[in-house]
Design a protein around this ligand. Structure first.
Ligand code: ZN
Length: 461
């Protein structure tokens, strides 16, 4: 059962908190309040909340806590929750070739379990909105997209399901095995059906669909072109992997006679309605094209490090005006599955070139909140704490042993260990309390995921 919005007239009051709003001016309050009315933020400001408020069902004394917008995850592969810890020491192409045969045996039941594991890890690390890129649809796999969506709705995470696809297999010069891909016409029909069935474009939306052919080395040029046409006809966004590794760049140059960004441009895949994961191997001209067209980037620092892919030029992208958000990426290449820790990893990795101001703590927080909201096209609804926005909020405990001596609460979050999550509101609902999920039994999810991982590993190839 999907989590329902709270009554429209009920209020939750949070007081005495440090607040980082991540609004246009980076407004912060050392000791402020947030009032939630129904599923929206009614007010945020300095000092205590107004005394006249009625129908307050919960009043929280948040002394020693930091309130931030809920984090926004812009790239993931939920199904990988049950294929973690495999191919531990490979670069992307070898890692993919090692894992494709296992992934090609998944079905809707296993994806349901994996999606709950992934969504749980995101929620427990402060994430309130996530995009998930699912691109493996075996012929006898059942209703995988439906299972994934149902799994997420039970946990109460705001969701963008990316109907992914692969149609370029080994026989066509691609990387995936022949049995792991779909036919182009079937992909387009299923993509259109997914939009018609699930996409909710309203401001309060808990569920959106975007179209997401997997990568230049696993999809045909025709699929990229026709997916873009379909997405624009239906009014949904486009997503794919781009410029992730040096090997991908070499692949594109050999097959298409140009690098990935020029290739994407040639097939209508740059624009404000497009975002791409990784974008590690980008030259100045590529970054300029992303900036000119408003094409977004999902920066996935842990996954890029795990696969030795390189360091994305995030400071240069931000300076050029490219929209950038953060992504966990699939948990087969980032076993942690936590979005909160990506703030710290993004900050640290982007300083490795030798520039201490490459990314500040507040910029890291902005990437993980407003940056992600913009990349998903939801910047007017989520991503900052402002009156009228949806009530997606994280309340971090920063007065415990791990954080009480850190001078600045935002630094405690972005430089320190990930603080305990005292409360997570999604759409005005408390879906995490004191670090535990409230909507489901998380021990049961852990057991179901362990069983699913074993079952998948034992399936014959
Ligand atoms: Zn990915």
């Amino acid at each position: 059962m999907a989590v329902q919005p709270p009554p429209a007239d009920q209020r939750i009051v949070i007081e005495n908190a440090a607040i980082a709003t991540v609004d246009a001016h980076d407004t912060e309050y050392a000791r402020g309040h947030v009032v939630v009315l129904g599923n929206r933020i009614e007010s945020v400001g300095d000092g205590p909340a107004p005394g006249w408020l009625d129908n307050v069902v919960r009043r929280i004394n948040a002394e020693g806590h930091l309130v931030t917008p809920g984090l926004v995850n812009t790239h993931h592969h939920f199904y990988q929750w049950i294929t973690r810890g495999l191919a531990q020491d490979n670069i992307l192409f070898d890692w993919l070739v090692a894992l494709y045969p296992t992934w090609a045996r998944i079905d809707d039941r296993l994806v349901h379990a994996a999606a709950q594991g992934s969504a749980a890890a995101l929620l427990k690390s402060g994430c309130t909105t996530a995009a998930d890129h699912h691109y493996v649809f075996p012929k006898d796999g059942g209703d995988i997209l439906g299972a994934e969506i149902e799994a997420v709705q039970e946990l109460g995470l705001r969701f963008t399901a990316l109907r992914g696809s692969m149609d370029r297999s080994k026989k066509d010069g691609g990387l995936p095995p022949d049995h792991a891909v779909e036919e182009l016409d079937a992909i387009l029909a299923a993509s259109e059906e997914a939009v018609d069935r699930y996409h909710d474009a309203s401001a309060d939306s808990m569920l959106q669909i975007a179209l997401a052919p997997c990568s230049p080395f696993s999809v045909s040029t025709r699929l990229l072109r026709e997916s873009a046409e379909l997405a624009r006809r239906k009014g949904v966004r486009l997503h794919t992997h781009g410029s992730e590794t040096a090997e991908e760049e070499a692949f594109c140059k050999e097959l298409f006679g140009m690098g990935p960004t020029d290739y994407f441009e040639s097939v209508g895949w740059l624009g404000e309605d497009v975002w791409m994961a990784h974008c590690v191997h980008m030259n100045d001209s590529d970054i300029a094209k992303f900036a000119e067209t408003g094409t977004g980037v999902a920066h996935c620092p842990s996954s890029n490090a795990r696969l030795a892919a390189g360091i994305a030029r995030v400071p240069d992208m931000l300076a050029a005006g490219v929209p950038v958000g953060l992504g966990v990426d699939g948990t087969a290449s980032n076993e942690s599955g936590e979005l909160g820790t990506e703030l710290r990893n993004a900050l640290l990795i982007n300083r490795l070139h030798g520039t201490p101001t490459a990314l500040t703590a507040r910029q890291a927080l902005r990437l993980g909140t407003m940056g992600g909201a913009r990349v998903l096209g939801r910047q007017s609804e989520i991503g900052s704490i402002e009156a009228g926005k949806l009530a997606d909020l994280a309340l971090w405990k920063v007065d415990g042993i791990m954080h009480s001596s850190i001078a600045d609460p935002v630094a405690a979050l972005a430089l320190g260990a990930l603080p305990p999550l005292a409360l997570l509101l999604v759409n005005g609902n408390a879906v995490v309390e004191k670090g535990r999920l409230t909507t489901v039994n998380e021990d049961r999810i852990a057991q179901a995921c362990a069983r699913a991982a074993k079952e998948l590993a034992a399936r014959p190839i």
